[in-house]
Design a protein around this ligand. Structure first.
Ligand code: PEP
Length: 251
């Protein structure tokens, strides 16, 4: 049985004191369960403090991005070893905001995924179509291409440490959620593709999260779909009660 994995992507929100407040609120409101894995992904500057505050809980820590390089003259970048040194276990890669605002290509995302896996970080690998692509009926083609290019060269063994997050761009931060059936259909396509690229066993094991305006009032229905194994949450993870309610919905 796959666990539900609920991750909160804080994006560029909360300074250090806001981070401390939000984490203590989450700790006070969520109910630990062996069926659910919770992850928070605060901005880089709060990671070390977050790791301290999460000690003794079963909530894990992730970053929102990472360089494909090991280190050196890359102004403004953060490396895998820096993330690991402050207690990160996961890293979000290929978020649509990185793809569209910062022009990250499938090739770059593939390099970052390899670097994360080689260095012991678990990528939360984001994919998803634009509204225009959905309306022209190419959602499955777009998402399949992103999966193939992002995972190019990743072995079946390494794939066990990858989480895929399907996030339709038109549903991110817009209040528009994919219907549970729309999301389930794409999740099934992705799982079948993993079966073709790897094996039935890999397809049955891979965690595929849904992201796009997940909130406490739609989480349960989304998480009840056969191929939806969790959520990547943006806006609703910035309030402790709502993020905790989504984690609790995963039980
Ligand atoms: C996201 O950015 O990953 C996301 C899903 O955002 P929101 O929940 O706000 O749509």
């Amino acid at each position: 049985m796959r666990k539900k994995v609920i991750a909160g992507n804080w994006k560029m929100n909360n300074d250090l004191s806001g981070a401390v407040e939000l984490i203590s609120g989450i700790k006070g409101n969520y109910e630990p369960s062996e069926n659910v894995k919770a992850i928070i992904c605060p901005p880089f500057i709060s990671l070390e403090t977050a790791a301290e505050l999460l000690k003794g809980t079963d909530i894990s820590l992730g970053a929102q991005n990472m360089s494909e390089e090991d280190g050196g003259a890359f102004t403004g970048e953060i490396s895998h070893s820096m993330l690991k040194s402050v207690g990160c276990e996961y890293v979000i890669l290929g978020h649509s905001e990185r793809r569209t605002i910062y022009n990250e290509s499938d090739e770059l995302i593939n390099k970052k995924i390899h670097k994360a896996l080689e260095t012991g970080l678990k990528p939360i690998f984001c994919i998803g179509e634009s509204l225009e692509q959905r309306e022209s009926g190419v959602t499955n083609d777009v998402v399949s291409e992103q999966v193939k290019k992002g995972l190019d060269g990743v072995s079946e063994e390494a794939l066990e440490n990858v989480i895929i997050a399907y996030e339709p761009i038109w549903a991110i931060g817009t209040g528009k959620t994919a219907s549970p059936q729309q999301a389930q259909d794409v999740h099934e396509t992705i799982r079948n593709l993993i079966g073709e690229l790897y094996s039935d066993s890999a397809a049955s094991k891979i965690i595929i999260q849904y992201g796009g305006s997940v909130k406490p009032d739609n989480a349960l229905e989304l998480l009840s779909q056969k191929d939806i194994d969790g959520a990547l949450v943006g806006g609703a993870c910035l309030k402790a009660e709502s993020f905790a309610a989504i984690i609790n919905a995963g039980k």
